[in-house]
Design a protein around this ligand. Structure first.
Ligand SMILES: NC(=O)c1ccc[n+]([C@@H]2O[C@H](COP(=O)([O-])OP(=O)(O)OC[C@H]3O[C@@H](n4cnc5c(N)ncnc54)[C@H](OP(=O)(O)O)[C@@H]3O)[C@@H](O)[C@H]2O)c1
Length: 295
């Protein structure tokens, strides 16, 4: 990556996303630009200004309002970066809708799926084509994103699926939740499991198509598991936080992958945790009483 680089993180005004921006701003160069994006103008402005004034910050940091459920805005921002900068070098799709333990998962399904899944599809479709050589397109998923976490009756929907097929599977799941038929079809009540499997499947679908070309020019597309991170979203789900890492620490491990000079072909298109691949077929369906936000 010669010349100034452009990085962008979604859902970045707090939690892991903010720590990713802070880490990028500290580790990138003074003429590089890090776009801190989020859905609320005030929260975005405050977080961008706070990051810009951190002692370790080297790169320029700008806030940009981006509600990831507005797929036209996602496409517009990608096109704008292509027009103004010739593309983008680092994109991290990180946003998630916060669910609390007492809430009905079904009642929050639309928002959750829109923020995690429809938005991931939009980011892959819009930013994939404007990624510059040696670029990085990363989706923050979770260790729950391996296929084995789903009931075997659902595996065919995601295994070897194209992005259109993943999108179809997600919409089938959404519809089953609306109709109250999701559990009998094998979908877990906990939204985070199918959502994360679908994110990893979407990345795999795009990676299969681009692999040869991307590896030739040093580009990486992957999903990542950040491990258990102590954030406002994860905190209500754990009685014991001792295994959760501060966001800055979790972000640093993700950024080691993002900022590595060379792409390891073994990691390309895969779900990566702490530099290692989590095999796609691993995992077992969670029992409902499990605290399944576990990374
Ligand atoms: N925390 C963990 O232990 C853990 C473990 C495994 C994976 N992860 C993954 O890590 C990522 C970050 O999680 P986190 O714990 O850092 O969550 P978090 O602290 O709740 O942050 C989520 C961010 O997403 C934003 N967001 C929500 N809806 C949005 C929308 N429509 N458009 C744009 N941004 C939106 C939120 O903005 P507002 O401030 O406006 O709400 C917030 O900035 C997620 O993908 C999560 O699944 C986390």
């Amino acid at each position: 990556m010669n010349g100034p680089r452009i990085a962008l993180v979604t859902g970045a005004n707090q939690g892991l996303g903010r720590a990713l921006v802070e880490g990028l701003a500290a580790r990138m160069n003074p003429d590089d630009l890090v776009l801190l994006t989020g859905r609320d103008r005030r929260r975005v402005t405050d977080a961008a200004s706070g990051t810009a004034h951190l002692p370790g910050t080297r790169a320029r940091v700008e806030g940009h309002v981006l509600d990831v459920t507005d797929t036209d805005s996602v496409a517009h921002l990608a096109e704008d970066l292509r027009a103004r900068h010739g593309g983008v070098d680092i994109v991290i799709s990180n946003a998630v809708a916060r669910l609390l333990p007492g809430e009905s998962q079904a009642a929050r399904a639309d928002e959750f799926i829109d923020v995690s899944n429809s938005a991931t599809h939009a980011v892959l479709r819009s930013f994939g084509p404007v990624l510059r050589p040696r670029g990085r397109l990363i989706v923050v998923a979770s260790s729950l994103g391996t296929l084995g976490h789903l009931d075997p009756r659902l595996h065919h929907l995601f295994d070897g699926a194209s992005l259109d097929q993943v999108e179809y599977a997600v919409e089938s799941w959404r519809s089953a939740v609306h109709h109250g038929t999701a559990e009998e079809a094998g979908w877990p009540r906990w939204l985070n499991v199918p959502s994360k499997v679908a994110q990893v499947a979407a990345v795999r679908a795009v990676a299969v198509e681009r692999r040869e070309h991307d590896l030739a020019d040093g580009t990486l597309i992957a999903s990542v598991c950040p491990g258990m991170v102590d954030t406002a979203t994860s905190r209500p789900w754990f009685s014991d936080h001792s295994g959760a890492r501060p966001p800055a620490e979790a972000a640093a491990a993700v950024l080691d992958l993002v900022l590595a000079d060379h792409v390891d072909p073994a990691l390309y298109g895969e779900l990566v945790r702490f530099g290692k691949v989590l095999p796609w077929h691993d995992g077992t369906p969670p029992v409902e009483q499990d605290r399944i936000l576990t990374p």
